[in-house]
Design a protein around this ligand. Structure first.
Ligand code: EPZ
Length: 432
């Protein structure tokens, strides 16, 4: 099992370049197979979730040609199967975007039912409601969802829940339908806008992405495109929290400051200094942060995917902070790990109360999921002494070269395989 061994307690400083947005790229790669022409996608993050989706596309016959770590050429002309196996869904939930993409392109798709995961039950009823409204029949059999339509027809859909995944899946299928689809109460995250922009670059006619209502006028065919994914808002936010937690001074390059407004506002409020430039930002913090109230909301609110990272910053705030998790019902698993570091946190339902301590102490912790794993790494970098984070494969799902980027900022962190005690000992000696 891969793990990080970390000697924390240093203020981290320097420059870090933010990669492409994983959650935009997942929608974009699925959309790319909807044309028979060649598509080039640039600024992809080199993370395991993206690589798993590319494998799923290859497995159904799509041509996937890696140009370099961040660029891929895809061609959907050779797709010969419309069935996406459970193996891929298990590796990467967002393979379910192939449901909307294949339904639009081939008129049918069979995709394994995505199960619950470590942050909540994750239903997909809104995806199904949308695809049915477009005229698809949906059957769920032996843990597989089968969708089929002779012809997809535009429709008026009001989502009961604001859902990133449902918004993207419906947009994908509607892009190749006949007539106009109006989707109301949609998600407005930057990645929704990026997927819509990408589809439009392939000849789709989608308007309103980034607002509550998306209008899709179906087109007969989509064509090839060369497209670059937006920077990852959550990777950027994670490094912002790192600066605040380690009393550091970090310049983030390749970002869109507008996408980070909720995170910047919260970190400024608790005492960080932030200067924004066109596509970069400097964040520093030289004092104990103050306590705060954080409520996760859909965009443009404070993102749930930043909840564990801000919680870590608040573990050493002056006073008691409150975190309301309003998107996922089970996203506080990491708190048991944080308590090992001396954090004082109580959880009641979807609310966590954090009593700020002067400092955290090192510990051995298990990453329970992607964002929580990154948050625990920040906590370990903040605490003076040697900590270990296990199960870091979760972190590698969404953060490219996380340890390398941290080292570039002055962190003492090594990635080691399994329980290599000798390596741990060597690291301890080297960093002292
Ligand atoms: C996306 O998940 C992201 N994943 C998640 O990021 C992120 O936490 C989430 O959006 C919220 O921002 C990807 O983009 C691949 P949702 P998604 O559908 O699309 C309920 C990360 O760390 N809901 O917007 O699955 C659902 O239970 C990951 O990168 C329904 O009730 O999230 C949740 O409470 C983790 N029915 C809420 O909506 C549905 O049909 C939002 O879920 C769909 C969702």
């Amino acid at each position: 099992m891969k793990q990080y061994i970390i000697r924390g307690g240093k203020s981290l400083a320097g420059e870090v370049t933010i990669g492409g947005a994983k959650n935009a790229a997942l929608g974009i790669l699925a959309a790319a197979i909807m044309t028979d022409d060649e598509v080039t996608v640039e600024n992809l993050p080199d993370v395991s979730d993206i690589n798993a989706l590319l494998e799923a596309i290859s497995a159904i016959g799509g041509r996937v040609e890696r140009i370099d770590a961040h660029t891929v050429k895809l061609c959907g002309a050779s797709i010969c199967s419309t069935t996406v196996d459970y193996d891929y869904i298990q590796k990467i939930r967002a393979s379910y975007y192939l449901l909307g993409a294949l339904l639009g392109k081939k008129g049918k798709a069979t995709v394994a039912m995505p199960g619950g995961c470590k942050i909540g039950s994750r239903p997909i009823d809104q995806h199904i409601k949308g695809l049915k409204a477009l005229g698809a029949t949906v059957v769920s059999e032996n843990s597989m969802i089968k969708v089929k339509a002779d012809k997809l027809k535009g429709s008026h859909i009001f989502l009961d829940v604001v859902s990133v995944g449902a918004t993207i899946n419906i947009m994908l299928a509607a892009a190749l339908s006949t007539g106009q689809t109006i989707i109301e109460n949609v998600a407005k995250e930057p990645h929704i806008v990026d997927v819509a922009n990408f589809l439009n670059s392939m000849g789709a006619n989608i308007k309103g992405a980034g607002t509550d209502v998306i209008r899709v006028r179906g087109v007969e065919r989509l064509h090839g495109s060369v497209y670059s994914c937006i920077p990852d808002q959550i990777e950027a936010g994670t490094f912002m929290c790192l600066a605040a937690a380690t009393k550091g001074d970090i310049v983030l390059k390749n970002i869109i400051p507008k996408h980070l407004e909720a995170i910047s506002a919260k970190l400024s409020e608790i005492g960080a200094d932030i200067t924004e430039f066109d596509d970069s930002m400097r964040i520093s913090c030289n004092k104990r942060v103050s306590s705060s109230v954080v409520k996760t909301r859909v965009y443009p609110g404070f993102p749930t995917d930043m909840q564990p990272q801000i919680a870590v910053v608040l573990t050493t705030a002056d006073g008691v902070s409150t975190i309301n998790e309003n998107i996922w019902e089970d996203r506080f698993k990491y708190i048991a790990e944080l308590r090992k570091m001396g954090a004082v946190v109580t959880v009641e339902g979807n609310v966590a109360f954090i009593e700020g301590q002067k400092e955290l102490k090192p510990a051995i912790m298990e990453a329970p999921d992607l964002r929580a794993g990154a948050a625990l790494t920040i906590a370990a970098l903040q605490a003076d002494g040697v900590s270990i984070i296990t199960d870091i494969h979760y972190i590698e799902r969404g953060y490219e070269n996380f340890d390398g980027k941290l080292r570039q900022l002055g962190a003492s962190i090594e990635k080691i395989d399994s329980d290599d005690q000798a390596a741990i000992q060597r690291f301890k000696l080297e960093v002292i």
